[in-house]
Design a protein around this ligand. Structure first.
Ligand SMILES: Cc1cc2nc3c(=O)[nH]c(=O)nc-3n(C[C@H](O)[C@H](O)[C@H](O)COP(=O)(O)O)c2cc1C
Length: 185
């Protein structure tokens, strides 16, 4: 790559990607960690943590948020996500999300982890999805609810992770191309 092109690339706005988990016994956290590590290889800025570490006020700073959400109790949110859920469940942006509001036009990739042996299968992930959908938030990748009763759970999750990483990488490339085109026009 020429020096000039390299400089152009470094000036490009990096995508701001959040990878957040709601996890009681560590599975969703491990999935989020894998995604965070894979994302790190591309020129995106990654913020990683539990859902309770995600501040409502900072939601609109993200281009994409990847949510890995387990369910505990009887369809409840894990302990490290309850505070966030209690705030976000009350948010309703009239007319759907846009660049100026609390969600700032972000897109989501949402993975629900649960077991169909429980009455409320993936209850927490589904509740979060519903709330975000009501606010007009778009999926970058189709939401997936994984049932641990299925024998192929790991494979299904691995495929979803690959799809998420590829899609975010593609979005970053499109961003760069747009920027370079603007500079060259
Ligand atoms: C005490 C307990 C309660 C659970 N309740 C639910 C539930 O209501 N709905 C569901 O879909 N899965 C439920 N699960 C399954 C978990 O969501 C699933 O095992 C998940 O992979 C755990 O992720 P984590 O290790 O990140 O917490 C429950 C599991 C446990 C141990």
């Amino acid at each position: 790559m020429s020096k000039m092109l390299a400089e152009l690339f470094s000036m490009t706005k990096h995508l701001m990607v959040g990878v957040f988990y709601a996890s009681q016994t560590g599975t969703a956290k491990s999935v989020a960690e894998i995604i965070k590590n894979k994302m790190g290889k591309y020129i995106v800025d990654v913020v990683y943590g539990s859902l309770d570490e995600l501040k409502i006020e900072s939601l609109n700073t993200f281009d994409v948020i990847v949510f890995c959400i387990a369910t505990t109790g009887k369809g409840e949110f894990p302990d490290n996500s309850y505070k966030f859920w209690n705030k976000v469940r009350k948010i309703y942006v009239k007319g759907g999300c846009g660049s100026g509001d609390v969600f700032g036009g972000m897109e989501i990739c949402l993975l629900g982890l649960g077991s169909s042996e429980y009455t409320s299968f993936c209850g927490a992930a589904k509740a979060l999805y519903k709330r975000l959908e009501k606010n007009g938030i778009k999926e970058l990748v189709e939401t997936l609810y994984v049932d641990e009763v299925r024998g192929d759970m790991e494979e299904v999750i691995d495929n979803w992770i690959e799809h998420v990483v590829k899609t975010i990488k593609k979005k970053q490339m499109e961003n760069q191309n747009l920027f370079i085109k603007m500079m060259c026009d």
